[in-house]
Each structure stands twice: as C-alpha cells, then as structure tokens.
Design a binder for this molecule. Structure first.
Ligand SMILES: O=C(O)CCC(=O)C(=O)O
Length: 288
C-alpha cells in the first residue's frame, strides 16, 4: 500500500447494552473482544449525570495547585491514581481538605456501578469461552474473585501546539484484565488494528472497554489485548478516567484450567504472580 494512500478505517464497535436480547449483546461483546480488544458500550446503566459529575470534579481537581494535587493522589508519569477495593471503598486514605472534590461518595457510587458493569462483561466473556453452564464467573474468579481491585486513574493532556511531536499516552497494551474508560469531549484515543491506528470515536457518556494482558492470557489467547495510545489535542484539554480491573499483586493468573483440555488445547501462556508479570512487563523482560 502507498504510504499516503487514503483508506477509510472502520470504527471501533459500539454495543448497545439495552438491547432486549441479552444473548445478542453477549455475542457482540465476545466478537468485539476477539477481533478488536476494544469497544464502546452505550446504554450501560451508569447514569449520565453521575459520569458528568465525575468529569466535573476531575476538572476541578486539575485546577488545584500542583502541591495540593500531589498531596491528594499518587502521581505517576501519566496521570493521577485513586484505587478501590472490590467493594468499592477507597484503598488509600488522605486527610487533605482538597479531597472534598474527589469525595468518596461520588467515587464510591461510580465504583459500584463500574464494578457491576465490569462483572456483567466478565460473565459474557466467560460464557464466550464456552464456560457458560458451570463457570459464568470464571474470568472474575481467575482474576481473584472478591480480591479483584479497581484502580481509577485520571489522565490529563493539556492542549499541545504540535500534537504530532508530543505523545499523550505512548503505545501500549494494558497489563490488567479489563479497563473501563470515560473521557471528556476531546478525542485522542487510538487503537491499533490491521496495521493501522484507528481513532476511537466515543461520547462523553459512553464507556470504552479495553481488554488487557490478563484476559488475553486467561482466555489462552482468544481475547485480544489491544495496543492503544492517546494523542494530544491542538486546542482542547483532554481528560480521561480509566478504571483498571485487576488482580491483587500476589494473585497467580494464567490460562483458565477449563480451557486446557488435552493435546489440542495446550496452554499458550505461562502462569505468573501478577506483581512479577507487571515487573517483567515494566522492565521489558521476556514474558512467556
Ligand atoms: O487517555 C486515554 O484515552 C488512554 C489512557 C491509557 O491508555 C492509560 O491510561 O493506560
């Protein structure tokens, strides 16, 4: 293909969770996870008003002075981190008054919705592995059951005069099981598919679902851990709120045992303690 040749790229799948036929919804979720590893869900049951409030407090948070922000949340290279346990309670506590704007009621309310939604998606994905009758909860259990953690990060991308020169979030796959992300009106998320970067189109109340490495490995390769990145916008500030659903650090994960049934179904991946897997990935060490 010529380098400058224009090809029209497909859009990432959009799945309406309100469709009356749940089986069709489940099939669409499984297909999108196999072929894309990323999709947007709409009519997902999380009130738009709650998502807008989350976005509003996120904006207010970034208007705080740097020192206050840092005192409230953990700063990482590409964002601010807040974590929840599976029951929706914040893991890290702080007494800083600035936390009012990220007050736990809002986050706990959002976390409990995200937990419900992610569990539903995990059920559909477990069924999609042929584990319907016995193990609807197979993926959730494989991830650690009630010890599963929900880590919310806030990514802030200020306007950038030359977005081609500055990368927002570099090309990566998520290390965890599944990520559920909302973003403000500035687009910028891209997914790599069929040798090209595809702009993810979404609405501010839609939820982007991203399959990560843990689900690639637990499904023995059936679900795709999608490469993605985020670009900066020339004029607009972009903010995104991913929630990473993942094992606790000492949990061992690998291909689900039910999928390994004999000579034809051998494990394609080695099991890892999650913290070792994260460490190896971070250090770019060999992963089998
Ligand atoms: O901001 C985005 O849309 C993507 C962020 C992301 O990939 C990440 O935080 O790992």
């Amino acid at each position: 293909m010529e380098k400058n040749q224009h090809i029209s790229s497909p859009d990432i799948p959009v799945i309406d969770l309100c469709s009356p036929d749940e089986e069709l919804v489940a099939i669409a979720v499984v297909k999108a996870s196999q072929e894309w590893g990323i999709f947007q869900v709409v009519n997902h049951g999380i009130p738009t008003e709650l998502i807008l409030r989350l976005q509003q407090v996120g904006k207010e948070f970034f208007e705080l002075p740097e020192t206050e922000k840092e005192a409230i949340l953990k700063v990482e290279t590409h964002g601010w981190i807040i974590s929840f346990t599976a029951s929706g309670h914040r893991l890290e506590s702080t007494t800083n008054s600035g936390l009012r704007i990220l007050e736990s009621t809002l986050n706990e309310e959002y976390a409990s919705h995200i937990k419900k939604l992610s569990e539903k998606i995990m059920e559909w994905l477990s069924e999609g592995l042929g584990l319907r009758r016995l193990r609807r909860e197979a993926l959730k259990e494989g991830l650690g059951g009630e010890t599963v953690e929900y880590l919310m990060k806030i990514n802030y991308y200020p306007p950038c005069p030359d977005p081609e020169l500055v990368v927002g979030a570099p090309d990566h796959t998520d290390v965890n099981g599944i990520t559920l992300l909302v973003a403000n009106e500035a687009l910028g998320l891209q997914a790599f598919k069929d040798n090209q970067w595809i702009d993810a189109k979404y609405t501010t109340s839609g939820i982007i679902v991203i399959i990560g490495d843990q689900f690639l490995r637990m499904s023995n390769g059936k679900y795709k851990s999608v490469e993605h990145r985020a670009k900066m916008d020339k004029e607009k500030t972009r903010i995104s709120w991913p929630v990473f659903v993942e094992s606790s650090l000492d949990h061992v994960f690998g291909p689900l045992p039910e999928l390994i049934t004999g000579d034809e179904n051998i494990p394609n991946f080695k099991p890892y303690v999650y913290k070792d897997y994260k460490f190896r990935k971070l250090k770019k060490l060999l992963l089998e």
